[in-house]
Structure formats: C-alpha cells, structure tokens
Design a protein around this ligand. Structure first.
Ligand code: BGC
Length: 803
C-alpha cells in the first residue's frame, strides 16, 4: 500500500509548530482529531462501531478538550444492573441508526458482497452524521467462546475473517469513509483488558492471529488500524515496535494511520516511538509527557513528524475521497431491508430433524411460541458496538404477519423478563404446549452478563430456558428452538429437540429473518463461523483461559478452533462451516491445476432438491502430520484456504472455481522467520463443512525450500548432514585437514550421524584431532545463509525478556 498523500502531508507537517504537531497526535475530545486550522487541515470525526453507528451528538462538539471519562465508560460498559441497562445510559443518547447483524453473525453468510453492501450502508450513515471514520471492523479471532467481545469478531478462522473484513472495509472506503481495522492484535479476552499479556508463540501469531489482519490489509488497505488494549508477548500493543514497525509497516508495507484504542496508551512517548501515530481520546497528562519527551529529545522530532504525516495524509485522503465520492442521504427503509437480508443469510439452521422446518400450514396448526425473546428480542451485544436501532422487527409480530391466516399463534413468556425462573410462567408454558401441535422456543443466555469489559462466565443458556426446553422434550415431539447468543453455547438437550436455528445477535432485521426462515419464505444458507463445543472443556483455549497473574498463555498454539477439534478427534456439537438448507446439494468433478501462483481448483455443485438455495462451498488443505520421529513443522490436519457461495435453482448445476496462491500453501517457518512453501503432496478437500468433505484430490507442490534448522557447533551431526550442501563442504575441509581421500573421509564421517553430541565434539573425537572451531563455524554459517535460517535469539525480538 502506498500513501499517495504522503508528500503533500509532509509539506504541511514541515510548516507545523511543535504545539500543532503535539495537538495533532493527541486527539481532540472523545471522538476527533484536532487538525491544524491555520494550515486548513480539518479535524476528523470518528464514530463507533462495527455493525452500526453510535454517535452521541453531545460528545462530538469540537471546542472541548475535555473528555468525560464517565460518558465514555457508560458507553462501553456491560452491566447486569437493571438501572444502568437503560438505553440512554448505555448508548449515551446515541442517534438512531440501522443495527446490522453483529460481525460474528455476518460471517455466517460467508458473503463478501453482502459485507461490501453493509460497509456501503454504514458509510452512507456515517457521512450523514458528519463522520469520516468508522471505528471498525473488529477482527480478532474468536479463540474462546467465553470472550466478551466474541460477538463483535467474525470467526475462529483467519481466512474467513480477513475476507469478510475486507468486504466491509471496501464498502466503507469506496464511499469515502475510512475504516479502522481493530484491535491489533491478540485481543481475545476482556479479563484485565488493559493489562493482560497475550503470550503467543511466533508460528501461531503469524499463521493464525495476525493472518486475518494481514489478509484484510492486503485486500482492502484500511485507512486506519487501531491497536488493542492488551499486551502482546510482554509489550503493550500500542507501544510494540515489533508489531507496528517490523510487522505492520515492514512485512506488510502498511502506509495508513495507526491509532490507539481509547485510553489504550500507557506511555505516549513509547507509543509514538513504536509507530502508533494517534493517541485517542485527548488526555492532558499524556500530552504533557509527550511534550516533555520531545523537548529533551527522547522522542526525536523526526519520529513525531512521521506520526503527523500519517495523520495529515489520512485527513487529505478522506477530504479527497469525500469530494470525489458523493453519496445519497441514508434511506433507513432500504437499510433496514438490507439488515433483514443480512440476518436471513446469516442465521444458521443447525438441526432440522425429519424436515420439521419449514413450517407448513398443515404442520403448525396450533403453534405455540414460548420465550420473552419473541417479544423483546436481543439483537445485539453490549459495549461500544451497541447501536440505538432506528427500527426493530419483533419475532412474534413477524410470525403472526406471515403465518397463513388459519394458523393461530399463541405466546407464553415461559420465564420472567430478566430470564429468571418463574414457576407460574413456566407451568403455563408447559400446559399450553400439551395442546400445541408445534412449539417454538426463543432461548438465550442471561442478558447483559457479557460484552465489552466482561467475559462470559460459562457457555450455558439461562437455566430457566434450559429447564423448560428439557421438560418440553419429555412429552413433545415437535420442539423448535431459536437461539440468540453472543457466541457458541452448549445445548444439553440438543439431541431431543427437532430443530435448532442459531441467530446470534442478528441485528434489527432478526425478527423478520427468523419468521421467514421458519415459514420457508427464505431458504436458510448460513454456515457457522465457529465450532460449537459439546462442553466448555472441549474448547482449545479451555486450559489457559483467561490467564493467570497477568499472563494469558495461548497454549493450543496453532490449533485454534476446528484445527484443535480435528487433531484431537473431538466431536463438536456442530462443526465449523456447518449449516443446513431446505434443499440438498451435491459436489462432483473436482479438477486441480498447478499454476505459477499456486493452484486453481474447479468443481461442480448441483442443487438436487426441489427449491432454490444457496450453498457455501469450503476449500480446506490437508497435510499429513510430520513423521513421529522427526521434529519437523507440524501442520493442522485441515485448514480453510478458500470459499465461495453459489445460488442455484432446483435442479441447476454450476462450475465453481477457487484459486489458491503461494501463501495459501505456505506455513510460517520459525527458523527462517518467514513464510515457506514446503515441497510435498497435500490433499485439497472440498466440503460443505469442515466435517463434511465431499471431494478430495492430491496436489503435489514444489516448495521454496526444505525444512531447515540453525546450525552451530552444538548441533548433532545427523541434523547437520540433513541440510543440503553441508556434507560436501565438511568432507572437503576434513579431507584437507586429515590428508585423507574424499572417500576415506566420507567413510569415517558416516558413523558420526549416530552421535547426539554436537558436531564439533563428535568430529574431534571421531577424527582424533582438535579441529579449528572457526573454520567449522564458517562452514555452518554458509549453510545457514543458504537455507535462510535465522539465529534463534535468546530474547527473540517479538518475545519480551520475560519469556
Ligand atoms: C473499544 C473500541 C472502541 C472505543 C471507542 C474502546 O473501549 O475497545 O472498540 O472503538 O472504545 O468507543
């Protein structure tokens, strides 16, 4: 990514005073940059959040440097205090806006075009509110379903995450509004959110946690990136120069602007030095410390200038984009329709025994709806991503509207308004169920116990909901459960109900989307973007979550999400990528072609059912695990590398293409500290889910390099001689030193491979000489250079001294 406004921005910064520069990097009030009025550099307004706007007019006036910490905390707080749950307090009197599905739900659509449409709608609403930047999308991985902000993030998989995020970002930026890709990086829990240290091994970091960011940046060039609150391997991310300079700016060539999360910077001089350009929101003490550091030269002017150039370039870029790209005023009716469409694409039909769904007039005479969620739906999570919805579809009303006229619908609350047990309501619901043909239960976990700043205590639904469903299933054989939930939940009664529809936090169109699916007006096509565990103990992060004594060890390494369930052969409740349809699809005619860039994959999908539907096809790459007695890089059994969706009429077939590039074939080689494509044969698996593979074929890959290791005097001879080219150099040197022939030297060297001691000691013993250490070191160093092996640092750059 090149920054086309860099030169103009640098010219402006050259004219700025130190005070103007300090003002520019320190933000203005809660939501703005300060700009430099003297140089006609305007202030920028930023608003939350990922799936809709949260704009509080009182908080965005330009003439204040005061940031009301109380107002900010109210806005991002999660609370189970009913007093504080009042919308006005939580949402800080935000203006009404369209509430699109949470990103975790949008991800279930696997629909990049839809993500772009939502980005476009968000941009239109931003521009009407006078905002230039939307503080989203958030794209951390959903590593544990307990994470309080999991609902704000797309998936447990980096490819799905990166692709969907890129769709939203392009939608925003194609319409003149900057995205802020957040929270960079490894913000996977809300526990001790500004001090917790995410301790992540390098391979998992690059291959899993950073990959989604890398992919989104490569595909959509977000104009800003927001650092996270947590530490990463010992260093606050906003102050982590390895993360910001080496990775983001260096490896990924990111040229946009980097800002902090709100009050996420603890040491502003360190953050500016590490490459974090903008401190948000304004804080007088932090600004004073920066001023002092600049005045004594602890932060060189060059470094401050660099930050100012990024902010100025962003400001110029946005001014230019908003001049060129005019957008219409928001049409909230159209946006609400889009919210409905998104919700209906993203709800996942997890179970549908004996095709109980869709409901037909015949199958549902005497329909009973149970649950407060049918009349007061939970459409979104708590915290800074919360939106004051301009409209909201109520499921019960929508069901009544679209149900055939001869289908009477009766409703029972089942439990109290806050989800607590209520014997009277519980018994009334059970009694009503005895005479109902079909029962639909709207169930969920307790409201408002998780969200921003609060991880979930467990994965269960409200005990009152679980109990009622379990009792219903003892006498009723037509029970359908509709779930609203922040992330995966455990469902002890799953085997005994007939259908389960997951809606997550589906936004303001949820009610209509669900009614349409239940009655078959929409054929469901969503597929889950995370694995649903049977029990919390099955989750990969279970052992270390949420950390201890300030450190959160990511113990499962690269085996995040389905990779863990697969390699441990754990049966999930519902696997990653699973979702049912009212029609059926077959896959055939898989063809693979190696290309210079990677490979192209082609297959045919057919709709073999009786109605139109959309199928999400997933491409996984599978390598065999490394041989047990060799310490070679270990690969997850199966990893998603691409996907596509096809909408097909009944009986229709379509040829589908998915391209794999070299990076898709690579793993992060920690010895080379770089991506490497290994030579070998992989299986290309095409699936309807991660556990429903329909087609497979082998692909031989000619890699960039063989696995290597760093060689030194202490490396055992067997491992040294495995590395290509070393043997020849060693034999030549030893023959020279000993005066033996090449053949004699080779013969004497051969048994050395059995030694587990270092090569130097082994050779001295075997050849009966005190060999020259320096000469041997040169030979090994040459091999290291050729294989691009990097010397392992005792304190690797990205691992803080503590580890
Ligand atoms: C959140 C961000 C949000 C910011 C502004 C922070 O607490 O982590 O996601 O954009 O507040 O509300």
């Amino acid at each position: 990514m090149t920054n086309t406004f860099g030169a103009e921005a640098a010219a402006l910064v050259a004219q700025m005073t130190i005070t103007e520069k300090l003002d520019l990097v320190c933000g203005n009030g809660l939501w703005r940059t300060k700009g430099v009025p003297r140089l006609e550099l305007p202030s920028l307004l930023m608003v939350d959040g990922s799936n809709g706007l949260r704009v509080v007019p009182d908080q965005i006036s330009t003439d204040t440097q005061n940031t009301d910490l109380g107002a900010f905390l109210n806005a991002v707080e999660t609370t189970d205090d009913p007093e504080k749950r009042d919308d006005n307090v939580l949402l800080g009197k935000s203006i009404p806006a369209t509430c699109f599905p949470a990103l975790s739900v949008l991800a279930n659509s696997w629909d990049i075009t839809l993500a772009h449409e939502i980005g476009t709608a968000l941009a239109i609403e931003c521009r009407a509110a006078g905002a230039q930047i939307l503080l989203g999308p958030g794209i951390n991985l959903r590593r544990s379903p307990l994470a309080g902000r999991g609902f704000e993030y797309f998936s447990e998989d980096p490819i799905l995450t990166g692709e969907m995020a890129a769709g939203v970002i392009r939608g925003l930026q194609d319409n003149g509004v900057g995205a802020s890709l957040k929270h960079f990086a490894c913000n996977n829990s809300e526990t001790e959110r500004i001090s917790m240290d995410s301790v992540v091994e390098p391979r998992a970091l690059h291959e899993v946690y950073l990959l989604g960011f890398e992919r989104a940046i490569a595909k959509s060039s977000p104009w800003t990136v927001m650092t996270s609150y947590n530490r990463l391997n010992g260093v606050q991310t906003a102050q982590n120069s390895w993360l910001l300079r080496d990775v983001l700016r260096g490896r990924w060539s990111y040229a946009g602007m980097i800002m902090s999360d709100w009050h996420g910077i603890q040491d502003l001089p360190a953050a500016i030095s590490a490459g974090n350009d903008l401190d948000m929101p304004f804080n007088a003490a932090r600004r004073r410390r920066l001023k002092d550091a600049v005045s004594v030269g602890n932060v060189p002017t060059r470094v401050l200038d660099e930050a100012c150039i990024h902010i100025a370039a962003l400001t110029l870029r946005i001014a230019d984009a908003q001049r060129r790209l005019t957008v219409s005023r928001p049409n909230f009716v159209v946006h609400h329709d889009l919210a409905r469409k998104a919700a209906s694409r993203a709800c996942v039909l997890l179970k549908n025994q004996n095709d109980i769904l869709p409901l037909t007039p015949k199958s549902c005479t005497g329909l009973l709806v149970i649950g407060t969620g049918a009349v007061a739906p939970e459409i979104q999570g708590a915290g800074s991503a919360a939106v004051r919805p301009i409209r909201c579809d109520i499921p019960l009303e929508c069901l009544k509207t679209i149900a055939p006229t001869d289908v009477p619908i009766h409703w029972e609350a089942g439990w109290s308004a806050n989800g607590d047990d209520d014997a009277l309501l519980h018994n009334a619901a059970l009694a009503a169920a005895r005479s109902a043909e079909t029962v639909i239960v709207f169930a969920s976990p307790p409201p408002c116990i998780s969200g921003e700043n609060a991880d979930r205590p467990n994965l269960t639904l409200c005990p009152s909901h679980d109990r009622l469903i379990a009792e219903l299933t003892t006498f009723h054989s037509r029970v359908i459960v509709v779930l609203t939930h922040p992330d995966a939940v455990v469902l002890p009664w799953a085997d005994n109900v007939q259908a389960i529809l997951s809606a997550g936090y589906a936004g303001s169109g949820y009610g209509k989307a669900v009614a349409d699916i239940l009655f078959g007006h929409t054929n469901p096509s969503g597929k889950t973007s995370v694995t649903w565990p049977m029990r919390p103990e099955d989750c990969p992060a279970f052992l270390g979550y949420p950390g201890e004594q300030g450190k959160h060890f990511y113990r499962e390494g690269i085996f995040v999400g389905y990779r863990f369930f697969d390699i441990r052969q754990i049966k999930p409740l519902f696997p990653f990528g699973h979702g049912l349809s009212y029609t059926s699809f077959t896959y055939d005619a898989l063809q693979l072609t190696s290309t210079q860039e990677g490979a192209s994959v082609r297959f045919t999908v057919s709709n073999t059912g009786t109605r139109a539907g959309r199928e999400i096809c997933q491409l996984y790459l599978r390598r065999s695990p490394a041989a047990a007695n060799r310490a070679l890089p270990h690969h997850p059994l199966r990893a998603l590398k691409g996907f596509t969706s096809v909408s097909l009429e009944a009986g229709e077939s379509r040829v589908v293409d998915i391209a794999l590039n070299r990076r898709d074939l690579a793993y992060f080689d920690t010895v080379r500290d770089d991506w490497t494509v290994p030579t070998g044969t992989v299986s290309v698996d095409i699936g309807a889910s991660s556990r429903d593979i329909r087609l497979s074929a082998s692909l031989h890959i000619v890699g960039d390099a063989a696995p290597t290791r760093w060689l030194d005097l202490h490396t055992p001879p067997g491992q040294v001689l495995e590395i290509s080219g070393v043997k020849k150099d060693l034999v030549a040197w030893l023959a020279d030193v000993t005066g033996q022939s090449i053949v004699e030297t080779e013969t004497q060297l051969a048994p050395c491979t059995r030694s587990f001691l270092g090569i130097y000691d082994t050779l001295c013993w075997s050849f009966g000489l005190e060999l020259d250490e320096t000469r041997l070191t040169h030979i090994l160093d040459d091999a290291n250079r050729r294989s691009r092996a990097k010397k392992p640092a005792i304190t690797a750059k990205h691992i803080h001294n503590d580890y």
